[in-house]
Design a protein around this ligand. Structure first.
Ligand code: NDP
Length: 448
């Protein structure tokens, strides 16, 4: 069977075997289509049924999480962990607490994670987890009880050499700390390497909080350099106001750009003079408030209801840093009309497939999530190394290593894109470079 028909058939099978899982279908569709040129050159991979094997998770568990709120009422949520592929090392990937979490979301995130981790060059397989729990409005005590109940089941599947979760949407150092406490109590061992994104006092890495946002900017900076320009004086539009967005804004400002937007699920703020990051940090990190309150501190800024409208703002560089499918075709067309030159993904799968195609057609340089936002998991890999060596690197040492990793990821995606004769297609370049690392390891490990 030729490569194109092979990809078509595997995709059809994925849709049949995973009905109704649109996010997972999209993630697989995006990766598999870009692999056609490499499968044409390497027919032995088709013979090894590599795609059928790579789209099927090694295992996935889901479980009941009962917990009691402050009023004594009992709630039940559903938890998930997917161990997608361990060919390159322990399963590695964050945990998301958000009401939209379901089978499809966890599978798409785990599948993407596999290739992203491969691109970092660190020995990590792909995993992901989460729960349909909504942390918004919950007290600290409720969050703690919830995290403890979550870990009371999840611990069975974890270990520093087995599966190492981290944070994601709704899960930061506080939640990781509560989960680690419960893990340590159950297994009666310190095992700091079982979770990353930990607080600094017990094995966390300096620089982990900033790593995804900073890494995104290091990657995007390589894209700009590749086109002979810099961030100096560029207008940047960022969506989201969570962990990734905040540190993306911080590094963009350090690079001399003017960031004019940020958002949350309610809407976006536009600040023509440049976002005041101290205000955003106070609202989002310290006080857990809504982004529209930004106007109380910066009355000249503008607030617009509807988070997806953020892309109507004119900018040179767009950095979607909120959530999946937040930048659709209509938004892409507005960005293109307004002259955007660079788009790089801080969130996972924020740009829909048709929007990506529109950017590529219009000559907008596009940096895909699995390469551009790999800074977080890279730093998590560095945290695992520090835990195994029982030492801590300085923030400068971690940041230096992060910069090297992000430059290497860009170089790998770019050189692979050139090899297939599609110079600026970093999406195909990243997919192929990540895929080949995993596929070659799987083939060498036999049919397992
Ligand atoms: P946070 O929970 O810190 O922030 C998420 C942000 O996105 C918030 O501003 C949130 O607003 C907004 N948001 C959530 N859902 C929606 C929605 N449906 N529409 C519009 N905005 C929304 O998460 P992170 O910053 O950690 O993660 C953001 C993205 O980056 C995710 O896709 C995540 O998977 C990805 N990522 C994160 C990494 C990390 O290290 N943290 C690593 C790699 C990828 P609100 O408060 O209103 O919900």
């Amino acid at each position: 069977m030729d490569a194109e028909n092979y990809v078509k058939k595997v995709l059809e099978d994925v849709k049949k075997r995973n009905p109704g899982e649109a996010e997972f279908h999209n993630a697989v569709d995006e990766v598999l289509h870009s692999l056609i040129p490499v499968l044409e050159k390497r027919p032995e991979l088709i013979k090894a049924s590599i795609l059928e094997r790579i789209v099927e998770p090694e295992r996935m568990v889901y479980f009941r999480i009962p917990w009691m709120d402050d009023a004594g009422k009992i709630h039940v949520n559903r938890g998930y962990r997917i161990q997608f592929n361990g060919a390159l090392g322990p399963y590695k990937g964050g945990i998301r607490f958000h009401p939209t979490v379901n089978n499809s979301i966890i599978k798409f995130l785990g599948f993407e994670q596999l290739f992203k981790n491969a691109l970092t060059g660190l020995p990590m397989g792909g995993g992901k987890g989460g729960c349909d729990f909504d942390p918004k409005g919950k007290s600290d005590a409720e969050i703690m009880r919830f995290c403890q109940s979550f870990m009371a089941e999840l611990y069975k599947y974890l270990g520093p050499d087995v599966d190492v979760p981290a944070g994601d949407i709704g899960v930061g150092a506080r939640e990781v700390g509560y989960m680690y406490g419960m893990y340590r109590k159950i297994v009666t061992a310190s095992s700091q390497g079982v979770l990353t994104g930990k607080p600094l006092a017990f094995g966390g890495s300096l620089g982990r909080t900033q790593a995804t946002g900073y890494g995104l900017l290091y990657f995007t900076n390589e894209m700009l350099k590749d086109k002979g320009t810099t961030f100096e004086g560029k207008i940047v539009s960022v969506s989201g106001s969570g962990n990734v967005a905040i540190y993306a804004i911080e590094k963009a400002q350090q690079f001399g750009a003017k960031v004019v937007t940020c958002s949350d699920s309610g809407g976006y703020v536009y600040d023509e003079e440049g976002i005041d990051l101290a205000v955003v940090k106070q609202l989002k990190i310290t006080e857990a408030r809504r982004i529209k309150d930004y106007l109380q501190y910066r009355p000249n800024a503008k607030y617009v209801e509807g988070s997806m409208k953020v892309w109507e703002v004119k900018c040179d560089v767009a950095l979607p840093c909120a959530t999946q499918n937040e930048l659709d075709l209509a938004s892409a067309e507005i960005l293109i009309q307004n002259g955007v030159k660079f788009v790089a993904e801080g969130a996972n799968m924020p740009t829909t497939l048709d929007a990506i195609a529109a950017f590529q057609k219009a000559g907008v340089y596009f940096g895909p999530a699995k390469a551009a936002n790999a800074g977080g998991v890279s730093c998590s890999g560095l945290e695992m190394t520090q835990n195994a060596m029982r030492l801590s690197w300085t923030a400068e040492e971690v940041d230096e290593k992060l910069q090297v990793i992000m430059k290497n990821i860009f170089a790998a995606a770019k050189s692979t894109a050139k090899e297939i004769g599609d110079n600026d297609n970093l999406l195909a370049g990243a997919n192929i470079a990540g895929f080949l690392k995993v596929a070659d390891a799987m083939v060498k490990q036999g049919v397992i």
